[in-house]
Design a protein around this ligand. Structure first.
Ligand code: ZN
Length: 115
């Protein structure tokens, strides 16, 4: 259900943008959902598809990037890649990690049509 409300939020942003910029149809949408965002990509895609009917999202191609999580390891004093929160540092095996990236869900690009 989490993904359904996220999809609703994405659609709302798109509709606001469409009103502001005066386009009526979306051809392509590119989203970025970090691996630490706690979002199930398949569920999000499904939620977007079920919302799309009758909206500007209908028929649009949706691409979802899924960049890896990043965290700052205090022991290594460097940024390391992690697959999920709570993972150990791949370099030293420690758990003193501060997530620094891959936590967001955002719209990175869209291609629109105004007729
Ligand atoms: Zn480390």
């Amino acid at each position: 259900m989490h993904e359904a409300s996220l999809a609703g939020g994405v659609l709302k942003v798109l509709e606001d943008t469409a009103r502001r910029e005066g386009f009526v149809r979306l051809l392509e949408l590119r989203l970025e959902v970090g691996q630490l965002a706690g979002v199930d990509i398949r569920a999000l895609r499904f939620a977007l598809e079920s919302l799309a009917l009758g909206t500007l999202l209908e028929g649009a191609r949706v691409d979802i990037d899924h960049p890896p999580g990043q965290a700052w390891c205090m022991q290594c004093a460097q940024t390391v890649a992690i697959a999920q929160r709570g993972d150990a540092c791949p370099a030293c095996g420690g758990y003193q990690l501060q997530p620094t990236g891959g936590m967001e869900l955002r719209i990175i690009d869209m291609r629109v049509s105004d007729n």
